[in-house]
Design a protein around this ligand. Structure first.
Ligand code: NAD
Ligand code: UDX
Length: 465
């Protein structure tokens, strides 16, 4: 089937950028992105393209080019489903917070709602594409819902997981390492796979488009994230050992990364990985493994999360210990709130957990992030539910100027690797701080030697003091 009209349910960090790039590269296809969140859709439609709800380098240009031509954002979900030949499901699949599988399994409530809505509205044959990250075998649930409509409409389910990383989403979408498409190995399934291959083939080289059965595709996505997170936890585990042995984690990373079998990427020691995906997807893998009785497999992957929690906690403890074991009433400046640079996404950011720990000790925390708004910082802290919203507001101050954040502080903690932090006037910052002035570089981005020359006490992850 030649695809003429695409609908994407979910206008978030994946749905928005992914569809914008498909619309840019395939001007002959009408692409409509729908969401139940009216404010989000209004922001995607904002006349000023700089106000779109997802910050990603290069994204506003792509949206400006395609929006109104063949890219549309709407809250009319039924209409978009009705018109489409191909429907992407790109809704959130967070970790369950209740019932069976609480704290581990993916909450598939939104996926099921989408499937039911597609079943109810469709009057012509559709290809339904899982873009959300889903537990292996979810396609059978969706298929079962769609096959019981009694309307005579035929549905093909494909799995097409998204591998973009935030902060580089547009680049990743324009030049993906690979596109993965899983589908039924029947003549109808293979035909559906080919329809989606043809969409991507407009700009992705054919040898970068991999096709598999549905289950391999679903499981590959969880596996890719588990492997990436495992690398971060592995290097972070070694960072603690470095601090005790005077080995330097940056030197160790360079030495092992030069082995072409290991490779240099994803070996940056940090305060811990964040983001909406790694933890959620590994927990999901743990849950699935346990549900098959594979306890050793589950324990193995669970350790990646335990290490990450440990890394966040030990960073906060290091701050407290260095400030003479009490931070009560002391001002600590946090530079960065996003979970990584070049995004305004804060989900599972290490900054949230480090702040929580510091607040238990009654520190006063001043937060600066170039792209995160004040209200988001409080949404994140209130969501933890560890203290009242009033208390969060009493202890946390979100400021718009980094120099103001650091003024009068005892310590600065670098939480996100924003490039601009490297170019600050660190002498000026030092002059306006209380002494001894500390920097805790949770991202190893600052020039440690230069800071020490200025007079700072410097802690870098994985380097002995
Ligand atoms: P998100 O929360 O930013 O966006 C999801 C959107 O879906 C929300 O705007 C929500 O209002 C909307 N939605 C939920 N139910 C709906 C319904 N029934 N009808 C219409 N809209 C509905 O989430 P995201 O970060 O875009 O992630 C989406 C999926 O993609 C998840 O499964 C995630 O694991 C996966 N993923 C995310 C990333 C990433 O970097 N964020 C990368 C790869 C894969
Ligand atoms: C990840 C996957 O990379 C992507 O393929 C998938 O589609 C979604 O999940 P994302 O979470 O957006 O992408 O960002 P990523 O670059 O993977 O970083 C995740 C976290 O790990 C961030 O907090 C980052 O700062 C941290 N990280 C990454 C490190 O601490 N060290 C590293 O070497 C790399």
């Amino acid at each position: 089937m030649k695809i003429k009209s695409i609908c994407c349910i979910g206008a978030g960090y994946v749905g928005g950028p992914t569809m914008a790039v498909i619309a840019k590269k395939c001007p002959q296809i009408k692409v409509t992105v729908v969401d139940i969140n009216e404010a989000r859709i209004a922001a995607w439609n904002d006349e000023n393209v700089d106000n779109i709800p997802v910050y990603e380098p290069g994204l506003s240009d792509v949206v400006a080019e395609a929006r109104g031509r063949n890219l549309f954002f709407s809250t009319d979900v039924d209409k978009a489903i009705h018109e489409a030949d191909m429907i992407f499901i790109s809704v959130n699949t967070p970790t369950k917070t209740y019932g069976e599988g609480k704290g581990l399994a993916a909450d598939l409530k939104w996926i099921e709602l989408c499937a039911r809505q597609i079943a109810r509205v469709s009057t012509t044959d559709k290809i339904v594409v899982e873009k959300s990250t889903l537990p292996v075998r979810t396609a059978s649930t969706i298929k079962s819902i769609l096959d019981h409509t009694g309307s005579g409409v035929n549905f093909q389910i494909l799995s097409n997981p998204e591998f973009l990383a935030e902060g580089t989403a547009v680049e990743d979408l324009m030049k993906p390492d690979r596109v993965l498409i899983g589908g039924d190995q029947t003549p109808e399934g293979l035909e559906a796979i080919q329809s989606l291959v043809d969409v991507y083939a407009e700009w992705v080289p054919k040898d970068h488009i991999l096709t598999t059965n549905v289950w391999s595709s679903e499981l590959s996505k969880l596996t890719a994230n588990a492997f990436l997170a495992q690398r971060v936890s592995s290097i972070n585990a070694l960072s603690e050992l470095c601090e005790h042995t005077e080995a330097d984690i940056n030197e160790v990373a360079r030495a092992i990364g030069s082995d072409s079998r290991i490779g240099p990427k994803f070996l940056k020691a940090s305060v811990g990985f964040g983001g909406s995906c790694f933890q959620k997807d590994i927990l999901n893998l743990v849950y699935i493994s346990r549900s098959y009785g594979l306890d050793e497999v589950a324990d193995y992957w669970e350790q990646v999360i335990k290490m990450n929690d440990h890394q966040k906690k030990r960073f906060a403890k290091k701050i407290i210990r260095s400030l003479y074991n009490t931070v009560n009433g002391k001002k600590i400046a946090l530079l960065g709130w996003a979970f990584k640079k070049d995004t305004n996404d804060t989900r599972e950011s290490a900054a949230i957990y480090v702040t929580d720990h510091l607040l238990f000790e009654h520190a006063n925390v001043a937060v600066f992030d170039p792209k995160v708004r004040e209200e988001q910082v409080f949404v994140d802290m209130d969501y933890l539910n560890t203290r009242s919203s009033e208390e969060n507001r009493k202890y946390i101050d979100v400021v718009e100027d980094p120099y103001e954040a650091c003024k009068g502080a005892h310590a600065i903690a670098i939480m996100t690797e924003w490039d601009e932090f490297k170019t600050y006037d660190w002498q000026r910052i030092y002059d306006n701080m209380l002494k001894p002035a500390h920097v805790f570089d949770g991202r190893n981005i600052l020039d440690r030697k230069k800071l020490k020359q200025i007079g700072f006490q410097v802690y870098s992850i994985g380097t002995a003091d």
